[in-house]
Design a protein around this ligand. Structure first.
Ligand SMILES: Nc1nc2c(ncn2[C@@H]2O[C@H](COP(=O)(O)OP(=O)(O)OP(=O)(O)O)[C@@H](O)[C@H]2O)c(=O)[nH]1
Ligand SMILES: [Mg+2]
Length: 464
């Protein structure tokens, strides 16, 4: 997908978050970047940016069209191809505040430079071949990483670990295709490829793909977090539990049942894994319209969650509603929490296990903060049990898009082997192998449609 002689207009955007801060950066990229900024930049000694050394900093001022000083700045000049986008790039370090940054940006846009689309700088880096698509995606994952594990995984993807492995397998497939086609084109000289040889070559790649595919669920957890819903009857201590996991008083806790009405969402880092935890309204039959909506939301959150933490007040005998709701946990990834242990024990773990077998039960006291460690341990074990190496050290796929491409490639390889086994002509095998190679190319962006690529970059933030 690299484009030769790819000429584009010059773009600009504020590359740092808007707000008060030390430095805010306006980034400009394209063939007109240096000459345009040179028109509005004045250094104390009147030095031109066109003469500035590559990768150097110049101190001075950005001037308005009437020559007024807009901001005091330090400007860096990075000439093509040694820049983020591989185009000429100028970065203007301004005072970070809404007005200086916007004034400088407006001044630049007034000179015929276009405002960049979200992700357009990285898209140019991709189109110029500096990054492949999975590396460009890693840029976004780096920015959005919620834990160290996620950050490490994104860094490795940015370095090209995933791309390298995908490219190796794709090259092997293309090699196979070439051999098949040579046999078709020159039957006398080359001859058809041996079916057994073809099958074993496909099998070898299939095995590697399978191993990578098996990491997708773990990778997704590390990148996106575990969708967790805290569910239970009113007043059992759901919000208290959220606060305990967060180690701060985020959710309102009162002795009045029905306190939480809207869903509260927070990210908690437990043992390096991000959990997106939602505290919900207590579930009960109610005539209160607002509370009813809250209860409905809680029920639907339970359906969409990767993990349900079901909280029961363990200090009073189990309620009929709990018996009903507990049964709904069957088949889900869940943990049952018996809260208020400090007030006494009226519900046994066995009672719960009888209702939902295979679901761990933990006793805690949210007010006394006891049982937190074993709860966290069980939560992590429940979510990661059965998954492959989650240390973030081994190669992993983290995006649904990549997972789908691997799945498609695997299907094509299985079909290729079957075609061989059925003794069908090798040109039919070639169709499946070509399909698999294309599927793998989608991950690196070698074989993707332009509109799909546009959609991927549209998810980026402005200025990146
Ligand atoms: N003694 C004791 N009280 C607790 C414990 N956990 C929560 N409580 C109390 O129980 C009451 C309800 O707690 P919340 O955390 O608001 O309960 P909730 O499940 O979020 O309630 P709703 O939002 O109304 O559904 C408050 O008065 C808490 O202080 C506990 O472990 N021990
Ligand atoms: Mg609550």
């Amino acid at each position: 997908m690299q484009v030769e002689n790819w000429v584009e207009d010059t773009i600009a955007a504020i590359a740092t978050p808007i707000g008060e801060g030390g430095i805010g950066i306006v980034r400009v990229s394209g063939s007109e970047a240096i000459s345009t900024i040179d028109k509005i930049f004045r250094s104390p000694k009147g030095r031109s940016l066109e003469e500035a050394r590559n990768w150097s900093l110049s101190y001075g001022w950005i001037l308005s069209d009437s020559g007024e000083k807009l901001d005091e700045v330090v400007v860096s000049v990075m000439r093509a191809p040694h820049s983020y986008t591989r185009e000429d790039v100028v970065e203007i370090n301004c005072h970070s505040g809404l007005i200086p940054l916007q004034n400088v940006l407006k001044r630049i846009l007034g000179l015929g430079i276009r405002l960049a689309d979200p992700g357009e700088f990285t898209k140019r880096a991709f189109l110029h071949g500096r990054l492949d698509l999975s590396q460009a995606e890693a840029v976004m994952d780096l920015i959005r990483a919620k834990t160290d594990k996620g950050h490490r995984l994104a860094l490795r993807q940015l370095e090209g670990d995933l791309s390298k492995s995908i490219k190796e397998m794709r090259d092997e497939l293309i090699g196979l295709l070439a051999a098949i086609e040579a046999g078709i084109d020159f039957p006398e000289e080359v001859g058809d490829m041996d079916a057994d040889e073809l099958i074993s070559a496909c099998q070898g790649i299939e095995d590697r793909l399978e191993r990578l595919f098996a990491t997708a669920d773990s990778g997704k957890i590390i990148r996106e977090g575990v969708d967790t819903a805290i569910i239970g009857r009113p007043n059992v201590g759901k919000s208290s539990l959220l606060n305990m996991l967060l180690r701060e008083n985020r959710a309102i806790v009162t002795e009045i049942p029905g306190t939480t009405r809207d869903v509260i969402e927070e990210i908690v880092n437990i043992d390096g894994f991000p959990f997106v935890i939602r505290d919900t309204a207590g579930i009960r039959h109610t005539e209160d319209v607002i509370e009813k909506i809250g209860v409905e939301r809680a029920m639907s959150l339970m359906d969409g969650a990767d993990l349900v933490i079901y909280v029961i007040d363990g200090s009073t005998p189990i309620h009929g509603d709990d018996v009903e709701l507990l049964k709904q946990l069957t088949g889900r990834t869940a943990v049952i929490v018996l809260n208020k242990a400090d007030l006494g024990i009226a519900v046994s773990k066995e009672e719960c296990t009888k209702l939902v077998p295979d679901t761990p039960v933990v006793r805690i006291s949210a007010t006394e903060k006891t049982g937190l460690e074993s709860l966290e341990e069980i939560i992590v074990e429940r979510v990661t049990g059965g998954l492959v190496d989650l240390s973030g050290e081994s190669l992993m796929v983290t995006r649904t898009r990549h997972k789908q491409a691997l799945k498609d490639a695997l299907e094509n390889l299985t079909a290729a082997k079957q075609t061989c086994l059925n003794g069908l002509p090798v040109d039919l095998v070639a169709i499946d192998i070509r399909g698999a190679a294309e599927n793998l190319g989608e991950i690196t962006g070698d074989t993707l449609q332009a509109d799909v690529i546009d959609r991927i970059f549209a998810d980026f933030c402005l200025g990146k």
